[in-house]
Design a protein around this ligand. Structure first.
Ligand code: FAD
Length: 374
């Protein structure tokens, strides 16, 4: 059984690794693997957020991935011999105005009701955790079981694991999906084809643009731009991943062990534009500074912009389409790094002849309730 995977972001690579681990043969096709949303991403693995409050199936999927993450990265680190930068030392949300205090209170009640461990903190307790917090921090919520991963290390580890397990990487662009009653592989921009028994489309917000697809099989995946900053200090500037809630929106601050501090991110719907703007930078720095005034003393390392893949209903598309042997793994929007573990397991189960696991079933591409496919 040979699987062709179009797209080598975190979703395509994780799927490739899990399929190889099931004993399948895999070829990943991507002109520049791990270069797009997955490269820009902060890699925060946060507690259930506002997107998940009212969407029970998505919350279940999220919780399944969250529970799976530690064993997923442990196995990956062992197979690849590389660190993923995974840390499960908590995510701390802090409120900087009264609206945010009320939001955290609501979140706390929600977490309690759904068995997600979080602890309400006073302003003083927040500052005891992070003495650098601004005096305007009014209170917080600590989710001790959450954390972060470094997506650049994660995708490097996935690429190493794929190589070690005998997977093939073709660094070319797919122009068309080959469909002759069923999916039989892909055509490459550089000439030639890659054929396979099953084809998985995981090309992020470019998935629906692939040629050869019958109308309606892949819904439009809209690009949602995110600008994100990377700052640097000599050692860790913060103890743990922090989200600052201010002015009705959030800024997240993700510290890495090597002194990097990731500050993200904007949400902009501007098509495929990835321009880094003065306004985007000002927004991120302004919010970061509101939480951590000393952030302005850090060295500037990098700014980037990338495109989150958003499906019509903002929920992922995981599993078989109405075209035989054609599967989707896309539409993970703002939590694709978080959901890569459960997505990869679900795809690997289907690719090896099994059923879509229960938690992933509501995200079948033929759900017809806004996914739009089928
Ligand atoms: P991508 O990473 O975009 O990969 C798609 C791949 O398809 C690319 O490598 C591309 O080269 C390839 N491709 C495209 N067209 C073709 C073609 N024709 N042929 C072959 N290959 C093709 N998620 C979290 O869980 N936590 C976070 O903290 C977080 N922060 C984020 C911050 C920012 C600024 C952004 C932009 C996103 C963030 N996300 C986060 C979301 C997360 O990054 C995405 O959901 C995830 O990376 C999507 O992965 P993907 O593999 O589907 O897409």
């Amino acid at each position: 059984m040979h699987i062709v995977i179009v797209g080598g972001g975190v979703i395509g690579l994780a799927t490739a690794w899990r399929a190889l681990a099931q004993g399948l043969a895999v070829t990943v096709v991507d002109p520049e693997p791990a270069s797009r949303a997955s490269y820009a991403s902060a890699g925060m693995l946060p507690p259930a957020n506002e997107q998940l409050y009212d969407d029970e199936p998505l919350r279940r999927l999220y919780l399944a991935s969250r529970d799976r993450y530690p064993s997923f990265v442990a196995e990956l680190e062992e197979v690849s011999g590389r660190s993923t930068g995974h840390r499960r030392d908590g995510v701390l949300d802090v409120a900087l105005d009264t609206v945010a205090v009320a939001d955290l209170d609501r979140a706390h009640r929600f977490h309690k009701a759904h068995g997600i461990r979080t602890e309400a903190l006073t302003a003083e307790e927040c500052r005891a955790y992070e003495p650098r917090f601004a005096p305007s921090v009014r209170g917080g919520l600590l989710a001790p079981d959450d954390g972060a991963v470094d997506p650049r290390r994660l995708t490097a580890a996935l690429l190493a694991a794929i190589e070690r397990l005998g997977g093939t990487l073709v660094t070319d662009r797919v122009t068309d999906v080959l469909i002759e009653g069923r999916a039989t592989g892909v055509r490459l921009a550089g000439g030639g084809t890659v054929t396979g028994d099953r084809t998985v489309l995981a090309a992020g917000c470019w998935t629906h643009l692939l040629g050869g697809l019958p109308p309606g099989v892949v819904p439009q995946i809209r690009p949602v731009k995110g600008q994100i900053l990377r700052l640097r200090s000599d050692g860790p500037f913060l103890h743990r991943t922090t989200r600052g809630l201010v002015g009705g929106s959030a800024v997240y601050l993700v510290p890495r062990a090597d002194g990097e501090l990731v500050v993200g991110a904007t949400y902009e719907e501007l098509g495929y534009d990835t321009t880094v703007t003065a306004g985007g930078l000002a927004e991120l720095l302004g919010k970061a500074r509101a939480v951590l005034p000393e952030v302005t003393g850090l060295a500037f390392a990098e700014v980037s912009a990338a495109l989150r893949p958003g499906s019509p209903d903002d929920r992922p598309l995981i599993g078989a389409t109405s075209v035989p042997d054609l599967l989707l793994a896309t539409g993970h929007f703002r939590i694709g790094v978080q959901l890569c573990a459960v997505t990869a397991d679900a795809l690997a189960a289907v690719l090896s002849g099994g059923e879509l696991p229960e938690a992933a079933r509501p995200f079948s591409p033929v759900r017809g309730d806004g996914g739009g496919a089928g």
